[in-house]
Design a protein around this ligand. Structure first.
Ligand code: ASP
Ligand code: MG
Length: 437
């Protein structure tokens, strides 16, 4: 059994919901996880914002818009009047539950309940539609099995123990349908797995039921080997190691969040990125691949600030790096990249909110220089250091570009270089040209 997760745009209209249903029915008995229709979660958050600021009339206007949108979509989606009425009444009821919040002072729990409605609505629509076309749907309520502990961390044992019986009592279902994103917290209240959390739901469910594969359906044909906004002719990467996917996600590629795939990685369940528009395309398969010693993809992260601390009397004394790092810790600023020499250390940060205070503290240990508007370009692949040549290929491709920092050896999966923003497009193109042609 596979888990198939569809994001907001994949269920963004009546027509697209129909496409998903037909795709799902052609693939056998699987667990289908849905996000809210695109735009809905944001709309629900706008409602909570207006309620918090006491703007009741704005909140009811927004609720009215939701009602209108959903009744239009449902009428377009479902032909059979009995199922259509059922969907209208169920979604109407969910929107009514949001409207009841208009009369009360809104608390954190109300916000969570409101924002959960997106996934409740999309899955109820899908359930009614699928049944209207004759599918046997086992509708599993995420709130009955998806749970986080008192630290907000998913409780995999609980999830496993609670989803299994829901599946077992429906052995003949054509499909198991459930909500992404939403869960219960340690107090049993409605909660969620944070924005974009449906991927996390899919990965957790896959791990809980020991799925054969976790499919993440979007409308791009997998993870590309470079940024298509800057480079022409990029191609989907067919296979990525979980570690490579994590590096790419961290360095700005539009891909699954690294923590989201952790449950899948831990259980060694492959994650496949697929495209609803071209379902037959192979997409990108992410798993614990065998070593293949290949460069796979390039990603870039913008708005990076480089900080250099040079010389000073602390130099060569042990404890220097600790003191430097402590300053970043004190100012709650994560460091992305580091290079060191005997006479100084350069680091990069992407959050410069506390830069002034950091520079002031660092100045006690040496001369500090700052370079702003930098970009980290990250080359990802199976780059085990004992294989010669990867770093040479990267540096050679970039020989016309001034490089501020180079970092290799932090992991076996990435070589990062720091360059100026104005060189980014050229650098990405040169890398594609030299590494993939
Ligand atoms: N609907 C939620 C969001 O927009 C969860 C998701 O789409 O993954 O953040
Ligand atoms: Mg979404």
């Amino acid at each position: 059994m596979n888990v198939m997760k569809f994001g907001g745009t994949s269920v963004g209209s009546a027509q697209r919901i129909k496409n998903v249903a037909s795709l799902v029915s052609s693939r056998g008995r699987n667990i289908v996880v849905l996000s809210a229709m695109s735009g809905t979660t944001n709309q629900l958050l706008k409602i909570t914002d207006s309620l918090k600021s006491g703007d009741i009339s704005e909140a009811s206007t927004l609720i009215g818009q939701l009602r209108e949108k959903y009744s239009k979509e449902i009428s377009e989606l479902i032909d059979d009047p009995a199922y259509r009425d059922e969907a209208l009444s169920k979604i109407g009821g969910i929107i009514d539950s949001v409207a009841t919040k208009l009369d009360k002072k809104i608390e954190a729990i109300d916000e969570k309940e409101i924002v959960a409605c997106g996934e409740l609505m999309s899955t109820n629509m899908m359930d009614c539609y699928m049944r209207s076309i004759g599918m046997n749907v086992a509708f599993l309520q995420a709130l009955d099995f998806m749970a986080v502990d008192d630290q907000g961390e998913p409780d995999l044992d609980y999830i496993e123990a609670h989803i299994a019986p829901l599946i077992a009592i429906n052995p003949d279902a054509d499909v198991y349908l459930t909500q992404g994103f939403i869960c219960r917290n340690a107090d049993g209240e409605i909660d969620n797995l944070q924005r974009g959390g449906s991927d996390y739901s899919a990965s957790l469910i896959g791990a809980a039921v020991d799925a054969d594969e976790i499919e993440i359906w979007t409308d791009i044909d997998g993870m590309h080997n470079n940024d298509p906004r800057f480079v022409e002719g990029t191609k989907p990467v067919s296979k990525l190691h979980f570690e490579e996917a994590a590096e790419l996600a961290y360095f700005g590629a539009k891909i699954l969040h690294p923590t989201c795939v952790l449950p899948a990685k831990n259980k060694n369940i492959p994650v496949r990125l697929l495209n609803t528009m071209t379902p037959e395309a192979p997409g990108t398969l992410i798993y614990n691949t065998e070593a293949d010693y290949k460069i796979k993809a390039i990603a870039a992260k913008d708005d990076i600030t480089a900080i250099k601390i040079k010389s000073g009397r602390m130099l060569l004394a042990y404890g220097f790096l600790r003191k430097v790092f402590e300053i970043f810790e004190t100012h709650r600023t994560p460091i992305d990249m580091i290079t060191t020499s005997e006479v100084g250390v350069s680091v990069t940060i992407d959050n410069d909110r506390n830069l002034d205070a950091i520079v002031e503290d660092l100045s006690a240990y040496g001369a500090v220089t700052i370079d702003r508007d930098m970009v980290i370009v990250c080359v990802v692949g199976d780059l085990e250091w004992k294989n010669r040549g990867f770093e040479a290929e990267v540096v050679n491709a970039l020989k016309e570009i001034p490089i501020r920092m180079i970092s290799y050896g932090g992991s076996n999966y990435n070589i990062s270089v720091l360059i100026r923003k104005e060189d980014k497009q050229k650098a990405l193109n040169l890398l594609s040209l030299h590494l993939f042609n």
